[in-house]
Design a protein around this ligand. Structure first.
Ligand code: F6R
Length: 245
């Protein structure tokens, strides 16, 4: 495990974007596992800027996103599909048929999950997986008590996650109650895992996940045993960690 300390959100975003850009430069046909949520926004903005300057080329890149709300059509302005188009894909030269996100509008759980696991396998697995972390330690939508060996599956979102995500919807009632998520298995099989975290609200869970016991109660704790795990976090998110980094 490697921890990279950033000064603030912008610094975290730039450092993490540098790692992703280096991955794409070194292996132009990389498979990137991508995340949504508030934390990666600055990374995507930075990557778009570097793309526009001609520094990074996404023409051979494939992406597989972590998750999607079950029951939201692509076009919904809070679908993760929509999020990815608006914040990244519309602004770079990635091929539309190289982009994969679980199909949230398909209510057939078995079909969606099997299709997604087949996709991850057919693209040859993930070279670099980008992750945020939920306040309860979830990664993707793998909520506490998730079995570490799971493939793509459908989850009931916890109250804590619904509460955290309501900021993106008109009301709490509008937040979908279920999501499709890539399983911990595919995340752990990624060649490299890059987690980003910022702000004081993440300090407690970062400490528990990375320095506490490895337990399904804190899904992110499994990353302690990943062979190439990097956390880029700002000072606030690292404020509970009392070991020297
Ligand atoms: C999003 C995802 C989630 C988020 C997590 C943190 O695709 O998989 O695990 O990374 O909920 O969200 P933010 O970044 O909004 O704090």
């Amino acid at each position: 495990m490697k921890i990279i300390r950033a000064e603030n959100y912008n610094d975290m975003s730039r450092k993490a974007a540098n790692i992703i850009a280096a991955q794409v430069i070194l292996k132009p046909d990389s498979v990137l596992g991508l995340a949504t949520g508030g934390t990666p926004l600055g990374i995507y903005k930075q990557l778009v800027e570097w793309y526009k300057k001609g520094d990074v080329d996404f023409s051979e890149v494939t992406t597989v996103n972590l998750d999607e709300y079950r029951g939201l059509p692509k076009e919904h302005n809070q679908s993760y599909w929509h999020f990815m188009q608006v914040n990244l894909f519309n602004h770079i030269n990635i091929k539309a048929n190289h982009v994969y996100i679980p199909n949230g509008s398909d209510m057939n759980i078995e079909r969606v999950c099997k299709e997604y696991d087949d996709i991850i396998q057919s693209v040859g697995g993930i070279d670099l997986q980008l992750l945020g972390i939920g306040n309860d330690g979830h990664i993707g939508f793998n909520e506490p008590s998730t079995v570490f060996e799971t493939g793509t599956h459908c989850v009931n979102l916890t109250e804590s996650t619904i509460e955290a995500n309501k900021r993106f919807f008109q009301s709490r009632e509008e937040v979908p109650k279920q999501a499709y998520t890539m399983g911990i298995k595919a995340i752990m099989q990624a060649e490299k895992v890059l987690m980003v975290a910022n702000g004081e609200s993440k300090a407690d869970i970062i400490k528990k996940a990375l320095f506490g016991p490895v337990t399904p109660e804190i899904p992110a704790s499994i990353l302690q045993i990943h062979h190439d795990f990097v956390l880029v976090a700002d000072k606030a998110a690292l404020s509970e960690i009392d070991v020297a980094i």
